[in-house]
Ligand binder design. Sequence first.
Ligand code: ATP
Length: 364
Amino acid sequence: MTDEPMIRIEGLSKAYGEFLALDDVSLTIREGEFFSLLGPSGCGKTTLLRLIAGFNAPTAGTIAIDGKASTGLKANQRPTNMVFQNYAIFPHLDVAENVGYGLKRLRLSRAEEARLVQEALDMVQLPDLGRRRANELSGGQRQRVALARALVMRPKVLLLDEPLSALDKKLREEMQAELRALQQQVGITFVLVTHDQYEALALSDRVAVMFNGRIAQMDTPMQLYQHPVTRQVADFLGGMNFLDSRILDETGERLTVETERFGRLTLAKPAGFAAAGGRATVGIRPERLRVLWDDERAEHEITGTVASRAYFGETTSLAVRVEGLDAPLSIVETNNFGADGLLVGAEIRLAYDPDALVLMSDLR
Ligand code: ATP
């Protein structure tokens, strides 16, 4: 991966009639980066991907790919290729014919074409399936064929529109690991559209979280998860306990706030922080709260009562009612210390590290 931008997008908007599906989006994607567009259904991520691919034209703004303005370039004139959600492979053709389909217009020799097809099939770990008909493949195999068909064209950018969403959970997880390994192997810039936060976190170098046609936050998975700038982003990326707080003092980049139970805290302000009526939201992820057993003591403790529990095998989730807090605290514990034995009604003590508390804007 280098710092060269492979894709530079500036002020990009797309309107469908009166409806603004994409609203003034700017971003750069580096060469060799695995970049994801993450957001709920209808937030505009597919619209953005299709504009990069050249399937649709923007209403405003520009896209440059590999240093070249793409305005006016048709999809097949761009150094991009797309893998679709429904694979879009031809059932009546065999695997090799499907993979080689796009090569036809390059008028290569038969031997050269066969070599490129085989290379692409090797990449996606289907070396021996070239003569199999596409309608005789499993879902995972079809997905690999779709990938091979895009990779065979040697694009500089591979655009992936929810490529794994049709697969069942176990296969999807296997394919996620393979997709990441493949991207590292070929070194091509990948832009993935997904509404699955775990997929985005697990695969990407960076993620843009989108709501209502805009990018709410763009960062590495760890930064996004640990330092969401708004309540909306925090919520979309996973479980979060939200604590309402009153702002007491503001000094430069830090705010001092007063919360119920967690007391007075001085926390870093996130980028673009907006206080609403002297209030801010403080968050702590469920796995950053820990049950204290027996005589164990911690510097920062909270006492509560187990209000409900859910057993997940590896972990147990608890909702713990704490006096003074409107909502119970969610906590997730691995089961190696006996959290699976805690019953509803049990009085427990929780420990937390104040560094795990984050301040965010109250935008929901
Ligand atoms: P999903 O995950 O459901 O595909 P998305 O985030 O990819 O969602 P888009 O497909 O980009 O969302 O659509 C963004 C918004 O634009 C949606 O509200 C959608 O209904 C609208 N939209 C998309 N394509 C068109 C179109 N051709 N005409 C009118 N509205 C459209």
